[in-house]
Design a protein around this ligand. Structure first.
Ligand SMILES: Nc1ncnc2c1ncn2[C@@H]1O[C@H](COP(=O)(O)OP(=O)(O)OP(=O)(O)O)[C@@H](O)[C@H]1O
Length: 246
């Protein structure tokens, strides 16, 4: 598998505290990866660095075939380069229908210049239906987003991000606040999405991570402590000590 994202020697200090210490690891094209680690391990800061929200003191984030360094690029440029981020809380337009939310996400993909005069084509309408079915909301297209359950809102937001066709999707704690059935469906959506793009999931819920059935990176004190299958990392004595033993 070729590398899509390479985090190379990243360090970040907040008020004298080194939150990220010489962090290095790679994400492949069309890879599903889980990132776990105890509170304060640096998971959110890692996503903030990749998306341009936080600038590291040292290191590079190398992206794509052209090996562009993302450090120093602003958040909008990084999003345009193909990196989407799903925050923990869903941020859908509550007063709009599922269809309109997905349509707006397609519209955003076209950029600001075309936004004013943009009208969805038949192909766009079909894409909206396709996206709704990918996220399990085909029957809810005309429902108002505000009426959806928490899990459904999360899926809608994932659909809105997929509408923008990112090559890398970063997802922050998708399982939080979901029922078991919702968590299972979320796993399916993320696994399916990762067939055609890289998906990186930060998650505390171990059962959810097990169902993702993918390579796991364990962070601790801002560095990679272990990497491999969930069984491999959870049998590592250091991981047990710093993370699972708590
Ligand atoms: N803006 C900031 N200013 C000061 N310290 C920060 C800032 N952001 C993060 N930190 C510190 O950096 C460390 C890493 O935090 P981070 O939020 O990345 O961890 P995390 O692994 O996402 O934790 P959690 O699982 O609790 O979300 C923590 O010690 C945190 O307190």
């Amino acid at each position: 598998m070729s590398t899509l994202l390479e985090v190379n020697g990243i360090s970040v200090t907040f008020d004298g505290y080194k939150a990220i210490r010489n962090l290095s690891f790679n994400i492949g094209e069309a890879e599903l990866r889980a990132i776990i680690g105890p509170n304060g391990a640096g998971k959110t800061t890692f996503m903030d660095i990749v998306t341009g929200k936080t600038r590291p003191d040292e290191g590079k984030v190398i992206w794509g075939e052209m090996s562009r360094n993302l450090i120093g690029m602003n958040e909008a440029k990084i999003a345009q380069a193909g990196i989407g981020r799903k925050f923990q809380k869903p941020t859908v337009f509550e007063d709009q229908s599922v269809r309109d939310n997905l349509t707006m996400a397609l519209k955003n993909k076209r950029g600001w210049s075309s936004v004013l005069f943009w009208k969805p084509t038949r192909a766009d309408e079909n894409r909206v239906v396709e996206l709704a079915s990918e996220i399990g909301l085909a029957d809810a297209l005309d429902r108002t987003a505000g009426e959806l359950s928490h899990g459904q809102k999360q899926w809608l937001e994932i659909g809105m991000l997929l509408a923008q066709e990112p090559r890398l999707l970063l997802v922050d704690e998708p399982a939080a606040g979901m029922t078991l059935a919702e968590r299972e469906h979320t796993t399916d959506i993320l696994k399916e999405a990762a067939k055609t793009r890289a998906v990186v999931v930060v998650e505390h819920d171990m059962e959810f991570v097990r169902r993702l059935d993918c390579k796991v990176t364990v962070l601790h004190e801002g560095s990679v402590l272990a990497e491999g299958s969930l069984d491999h990392v959870t049998s590592n004595p250091q991981v047990i000590e710093v993370y699972l033993g708590r």
